[in-house]
Design a binder for this molecule. Structure first.
Ligand SMILES: [Zn+2]
Ligand SMILES: [Zn+2]
Length: 386
């Protein structure tokens, strides 16, 4: 890696090691720079990075911490999502996704990877002309440029795990929505940011025109990031289980909603009460709710419950919809980008990260897992390492 002019290292934190990685290199101007990738802020007692790159607003990429540094960089969408999710002001710099930006004098290109609204890959060259690409979590790699050093993820990176081989099952989702039974509401379990917005878009594309109920934050994120989201209803804080209990409705009515006839749905929604269960029971309730997976169990037996995931460890039926590439997609991406070396940097502490790196090695690529990175700042003289 040193021959390429990049050093990838990790940094100590109070509790152990910081979650993701630091990239150290010399810029065209000969300046030695350190960009932190998806890590929490560095304590003032430690050597400080020149920039924090935040790929997207999922919690395991630590924007919650990095957003409070003026040295942080992320897309406008990511900044907005972080502010909504954590109710704090984003202190760093933002950019329009897809544009080239300048960070500490380095021209950095940004690319949309289709994982969440605003999810970004970062790409730049060092003084030797070596090209580095950091994908973050990735769903759509089609815009990404070829590179020499690739930092990527392996959320579904174990080739021997059947759960890591999947195709999005839009067909099943459509069937479930269309066969929406009398006296049965549907609750879809999905992450608040990313998956919930995707679910709303898919439901609308499928022609479901009725109201969709969500928690306050998911609702706010959806309003900000989904165009033509249609009728969205906020689930009452804490006491919604009773409110969304199924209310008997005829199949014709339901078919009307799915056919895009919003009249019936609208009558229902305007007379819907958020606070009184009895009122909801009388006047109707939402047919489809999207909630965090942990809240699915609180729905009554009359609600059909599904998780939008490719994982198999939830006690509910799955609809296989993912915001990630599966292992075949990840492998194909590496082939297409043809890096000299790949660092699998996420998720840290996951066996999948190691297994994907091993899989790449077997497929003829030079690859390291983050779990094998021995360079830990404090232990190495990073100033001399490039
Ligand atoms: Zn993510
Ligand atoms: Zn992630």
């Amino acid at each position: 890696m040193k021959d390429l002019g990049f050093v990838i290292f990790r940094q100590k934190s109070g509790k152990g090691i910081k979650p993701h990685v630091f990239v150290r290199f010399k810029s065209n101007e000969g300046k030695l720079l350190t960009f932190s990738v998806d890590t929490t802020r560095t304590a003032s007692t430690q050597p400080q990075p020149d920039a924090y790159l935040i790929t997207h607003a999922h919690s395991d990429h630590h924007g919650k911490s990095a957003m409070l540094s003026e040295k942080s960089w992320c897309s406008q969408e990511t900044a907005k999502a972080l502010e909504i999710r954590y109710e704090k002001e984003y202190k760093g710099s933002v950019f329009e996704l897809g544009k080239t930006i300048e960070i500490c004098g380095v021209r950095v290109q940004t690319f949309d990877v289709g994982h969440t609204p605003g999810s970004t890959a970062f790409f730049w060259e060092n003084e030797l002309g070596t090209k580095i690409l950091i994908t973050g979590d990735v769903k759509n790699p089609s815009l990404l440029p070829k590179c020499d050093v690739l930092l990527t993820e392996a959320s579904y990176g174990d080739p021997n795990d059947p759960n890591c081989h999947f195709k999005d099952d839009i067909k099943s989702m459509r069937q479930i929505i269309l066969s929406h039974q009398e006296e049965q509401n549907i609750a879809l379990g999905a992450y608040e940011f990313g998956k919930s917005q995707k679910a709303v878009s898919l439901l609308r594309e499928m022609g479901y025109a009725g109201p969709i109920a969500m928690n306050e934050k998911a609702l706010s994120l959806t309003k900000n990031f989904v165009q033509n989201a249609g009728e969205l209803v906020e689930l009452g804080g804490g006491s919604y289980t009773g409110q969304i209990r199924a209310v008997s409705r005829s199949q014709t009515e339901l078919a009307a909603r799915i056919d895009g006839n919003r009249a019936a749905a609208q009558t229902r929604i305007y007379s819907y009460s958020y606070t009184e269960v009895s009122a909801a029971s009388k006047s109707g309730s939402c047919g489809i709710s999207i909630v965090p997976i942990s809240e699915l169990a609180s729905f009554g037996p009359e609600t059909r419950k599904y998780v939008l995931t490719c994982r198999s460890d939830y006690p509910f039926e799955n609809i296989r919809i993912s915001d990630h590439l599966d292992v075949d997609g990840l492998t194909q991406m590496v082939k297409d980008l043809s890096p000299k070396v790949t660092v699998v940097y996420h998720p840290d502490k996951s066996p999948r990260t190691d297994r994907f790196a091993e899989h790449l090695e077997k497929s003829g690529f030079k690859a390291y897992s983050i779990n094998r990175i021995q360079n830990i700042a404090d232990d190495v003289k990073i100033n001399n390492a490039v």
